[in-house]
Ligand binder design. Structure first.
Ligand code: ZN
Length: 457
């Protein structure tokens, strides 16, 4: 027993390096291809060595690392990708595009086969790419990461025992480093004010890297503003003015390699409302908007636990409910009985569950029209914030009323569809900007991911 325990302790103490496989993900709406871009070694593996296999069943994609000699599964993780979003846009019907992406896993002792799988319409994972990687190959990049300053915003233990969240600032000049440090601390406190992160604060480390920019701010194409910022994050991803993504993945990963990390939050220096979050890739948020706390926590929910958007109100051109496929995201379902989270539903709750849907939709029509007008006329950001505040007050009252407010059930209207998809509670931070936090189903999904990365030590 003792010898076994000692062996285990020794194995944990000598964490392998992190291996990063960079590839190009390319195609159009009809076909999809992967091309090897390179393999690099980073610092010590920052994760648990006793939870190498992903049992959370999250992600549109899944990658597996198999030992070449024995075919034994060494590591797996689910993930989503910008490509996976882009392939559903109209642009993908008329042309090809390429996206840089990376897979990270503990560096193996010998050659491995890395397999990428994608879900089919029945949610079964099917192989779409396979690549042999030999860790001894001379072309494996062993160069050190760039010499940016890495610092701990909050350190609660060794990276292997904790969830390691890395904050990266984009569009902060050298003269704004103090603002970056104060924004990093402020955002960290915002995240750990939200349940269930609040209760699991000690399971996390938060790291930050200082990456001074030549100019303040990031690119905002629809406002005619362009910046060559260090992480190349920018607004208007896929034509959505509030959607901030960082498409230069290789640059992002090379910088991030300076710190131990499992999750990345890119903070863009500026006031304009915006953000984004891709499961197991990274999330983004603008630093100085009145709704930064909401955007940050909401988008981090996408990135950290693969949570779906529960909102749907941009239009009401309802499709037939029969067409709805069960989503992989843990907080939405096509099942009006919500079997996925049945254990959280109190006996006697009607399924589907009633809520003031018509009233809500009526209010939303007026509200969305005003929102579009403010952006179309390039009105000051204060006007958008004021509109959001008025909407928030109305919705909080409306969604907080009725016999099933605050209860778990199956509330119709989720994932951009007014009919046929159901969310777990009438209100949640994945549904609205109301100060209600995550619903019970979202909280449970987040806790499962925390457990995958933190040991509880
Ligand atoms: Zn939720």
């Amino acid at each position: 027993m003792l010898a076994h325990a000692l062996l285990l302790a020794a194995a944990v103490a000598t964490a392998p390096p992190t291996m990063r496989l960079d590839y190009i993900h390319t195609g159009n709406s009809a076909e999809e291809h992967f091309v090897l871009d390179g393999v690099a070694l980073e610092g010590p593996w920052p994760g648990r060595l006793d939870r190498l296999i992903d049992d959370t069943n999250l992600g549109q994609y899944l990658f597996e690392v198999l030992d070449r000699k024995t075919n034994r599964l060494l590591y797996s993780r689910g993930f989503a990708s910008a490509y996976g979003e882009w392939e559903t846009t109209p642009e993908a019907k008329t042309q090809w595009r390429a996206f840089s992406e990376s897979l990270r896993f503990p560096a193996p002792a010998g050659p491995v086969q890395v397999v990428v799988k994608k879900r089919d319409r029945q949610n079964a994972f099917r192989e779409i790419w396979s690549q042999i990687v030999d860790p001894a190959a001379p072309e494996v990049d062993r160069s050190a990461p760039p010499a940016f300053k890495v610092w701990a915003v909050m350190k609660n233990g060794e990276p292997r025992d904790k969830v390691d969240l890395l904050l990266l600032g984009d569009g902060y000049t050298a003269a704004e480093m103090e603002k970056w440090h104060s924004d990093a601390r402020r955002l960290t406190e915002l995240l750990f004010a939200a349940s269930p992160f609040k209760e699991h604060r000690s399971a996390f480390n938060v790291w930050a890297i200082d990456t001074p920019a030549e100019e303040s701010g990031v690119s905002r194409p629809s406002d005619g503003i362009w910046r060559r910022s260090p992480l190349a994050a920018g607004y208007d991803a896929f034509g959505s003015e509030r959607y901030i993504l960082a498409f230069d993945n290789k640059r992002l990963r090379q910088i991030a390699a300076a710190a131990p990390y499992e999750f990345i939050e890119i903070v863009v220096n500026g006031r304009k409302y915006g953000g984004g979050g891709i499961f197991n890739q990274y999330a983004t948020v603008a630093s100085d908007n009145a709704f930064t706390p909401y955007v940050f926590v909401h988008e981090f929910g996408h990135h950290f636990a693969g949570l779906a958007d529960e909102y749907y109100t941009s239009d009401v051109a309802y499709g037939p409910a029969a067409e709805r496929l069960e989503p992989w995201e843990p907080n939405v379902t096509a099942d009006p009985k919500a079997a996925r989270w049945a254990d959280l539903i109190a006996p006697g709750t009607p399924l589907p569950t009633s809520w003031p849907k018509e009233e809500f939709e009526k209010e939303q029509q007026d509200y969305q029209a005003k929102r579009h007008a403010i952006r179309a006329e390039h009105r000051p950001e204060e006007e958008m914030e004021a509109l959001f505040r008025r909407g928030m007050e109305l919705e909080t009252k409306l969604l907080g009323a009725g016999p099933y407010a605050g209860k778990v059930g199956a509330f119709e209207g989720a994932m951009y569809e007014g009919r046929g998809y159901y969310r777990p509670q009438s209100d949640c931070i994945m549904f609205s900007r109301d100060p209600v936090g995550f619903c019970a189903v979202c909280r449970r999904a987040i806790e499962r991911v925390i457990d995958l990365y933190a040991t509880g030590k």
